[in-house]
Design a protein around this ligand. Structure first.
Ligand code: ATP
Ligand code: MG
Length: 363
């Protein structure tokens, strides 16, 4: 209610594939956004909740009824008011911590803005894997927070030393760096374990959706090249060695915050050579692999929110992707043209999907 252009609307979805059709601006992405709120208590297109409140209103509320794999109903309300902020209800009871709701109805989102994962710089891919690992490995999540905090603090003190022209490595940094290196080691361990499990899933999905034979690979340039045994020592030595340079620049120039995750497409970096469609296919395979990986931890079906899935893709790839998802997961796929779907040959058994048409004037 009062969410974006929807004043008071109810949608019911099929437990498998849902095609949401409508013209530009009709409100397709807003539906996915509302479901994202119910899963993660936030939007995927803004950090500012008030943007989702309908113009000239003071609040929105989104209500969702989910059925889990054990046929148990789950009722989630996410309410936001400009005056009082967010409030959350689980099965009609008020809850205080957003973490009590997050992930109960797990979603994976694909939206045009996320193409930066394959097209953008290394930070985009680090964030992508950090977010997945953090959802399944609490130790990694906490280490990541601690590492970021220590790194920011280290850089602040480096700047202070530069102002004082103090270029000597001292006992203060020695003690701080030991803690930073120990935390960094946990991140390294978590990333390596994750990639061992994730890469084969990603490769297998890509192979199934790509009709022309081509292959993908994830290659990581770890900034600290070390074994688990000597990681802390090597990282500390590197910090010490680079200290003078780091004081001059005011930044820490080594550590797992600079690990580079490279996605190779037929042995070349996709970031440099990928066509629009190839970028899209790789992103889709990454996102479907994210869903499959999370599902193995959660014991709960993942809902795929696929905004503008078909843009840049040829009909055969579209069909492969819909078949790949449709087998077992629930998915909501937006599209601007129902004719497109027919053209792509989505003529499956009608009890396996639902088409929802959104009219521009409807709210
Ligand atoms: N807070 C708001 N209140 C009312 N209307 C809004 C609000 N925010 C966005 N809109 C409008 O809602 C409409 C639907 O937006 P949405 O992004 O969901 O459309 P869409 O169907 O995904 O379009 P496209 O096909 O172009 O991606 C747009 O016209 C937009 O301007
Ligand atoms: Mg849209």
């Amino acid at each position: 209610m009062n969410f974006r252009r929807y004043t008071d609307s109810v949608f019911e979805f099929h437990h498998k594939t849902n095609f949401i059709n409508g013209e530009n601006g009709s409100g397709k992405t807003s539906i996915l956004e509302a479901i994202h709120y119910l899963s993660l208590t936030k939007s995927f297109r803004t950090n500012n909740d008030s943007e989702a409140v309908q113009y000239h209103r003071d609040y929105f509320n989104v209500f969702g009824e989910f059925t889990d794999t054990h046929d148990k109903d789950l009722l989630i309300n996410v309410n936001y008011s400009k005056a009082d902020g967010r409030s959350l209800l689980l099965n009609k009871a008020r809850i205080k911590r957003y973490t009590d709701i997050v992930g109960l109805a797990p979603v994976v989102i694909l939206s045009p803005g996320l193409q930066k994962i394959t097209e953008g710089g290394p930070a985009e891919r680090r964030n992508f894997i950090n977010r997945i690992i953090s959802q399944t490995d609490r130790d990694y999540f906490l280490s990541l927070i601690e590492y970021k905090h220590r790194l920011t603090q280290r850089n602040t003190v480096l700047n202070r030393y530069r102002d004082r022209k103090h270029y000597h490595y001292d006992a203060y940094f020695e003690a701080q760096d030991e803690m930073l290196a120990k935390t960094g080691k946990k991140i390294d361990k978590g990333r390596q374990a994750f990639l061992i499990a994730f890469e084969p899933i990603f490769k297998a999905i890509f192979k199934r959706i790509k009709h022309i034979d081509s292959q993908v690979e994830i290659c990581v340039k770890y900034n600290i090249k070390a074994t688990a045994k000597d990681y802390t020592d090597k990282f500390m030595n590197s910090l010490k060695e680079r200290f003078e340079r780091d004081v001059v620049s005011g930044r820490t120039s080594c550590g797992p915050h600079l690990d580079e995750i490279i996605i190779l497409y037929n042995d070349r970096e996709i970031r440099q050579i990928g066509s629009q469609g190839e970028h899209k296919l790789v992103l889709i395979a990454l996102k479907l692999a994210e869903g499959a990986y999370l599902e193995s931890f959660k014991n709960e079906g993942i809902i795929f929110l696929l905004d503008d899935l078909f843009a840049f893709l040829d009909s055969e790839h579209c069909r492969n992707i819909v078949l790949e998802i449709g087998e077992k997961n629930q998915s909501l796929i937006t599209s601007t043209d129902l004719k497109e779907l027919k053209k792509y040959g989505f003529i499956r058994k009608s009890d396996e999907f639902k088409t929802i048409n959104i009219m521009t004037g409807e709210a």
